[in-house]
Design a protein around this ligand. Sequence first.
Ligand code: SF4
Length: 229
Amino acid sequence: MTLIRLTLESARQVARELNKLGLNSPVLLEGVGQDPLDVLIATLLSQASGDQVTQGIFRELKGRYPGWAGLARAPLFEVEEILRRGGLAKQKSQRLKEILSQLESEQGALSLTPLLEGTDEQAMAKLLQLAGVGPKTAACVLLFALGRPVFPVDTHVLRVSRRLGWVGAKETAPRAQDLLSRIIPEDLHLSLHTDLIRFGREICRANTPRCYHCPLAEECDYARGRMLA
Ligand code: SF4
């Protein structure tokens, strides 16, 4: 099963319903600014780590290593120590330093801006060459820093999209991201992405979705299946 009922209009309808809910819990990248390298670093830090912890770590790194040159030269153990209160500290500190080293040796500067010139596909391909950068992280950089027409699919967006029947129940995140990026209207990419994350956290929760309080229940494959069970 692939795409079932995701249309321009259904995306707009869902966006309107989520908007009416007035969900406004903080979403990590809204507070990070628009520098592409900052967005990349914050997104990498968010893996296996809650937003509040990630924001704290990001602020500490940015304060201690402004411009990121200090981070590129800091001993690994020092960076790992700062990252320790989030998850995967060892892996993430190695990746951060590897990315900065890649940028310095290949671009001669600690900046993603030259890398992201060119078409959306070229920019995506270049981001995916950086250590530990997958499709969702790359899409976050392209959307949040550059306003490019991509729709990042994280765990919440994927779960809600599957339950609504926008993508198949077993669709992978990268394939769902390709499909949703093509069909969801560009003007909704940023707001619907962040609203779906909030909706996934607050209402369409992984283990205990609040279907009885959900304005999308009538259109939702998952809710219909639960009611028939
Ligand atoms: S009806 Fe339930 S499963 Fe469907 S979108 Fe709403 S909360 Fe999620």
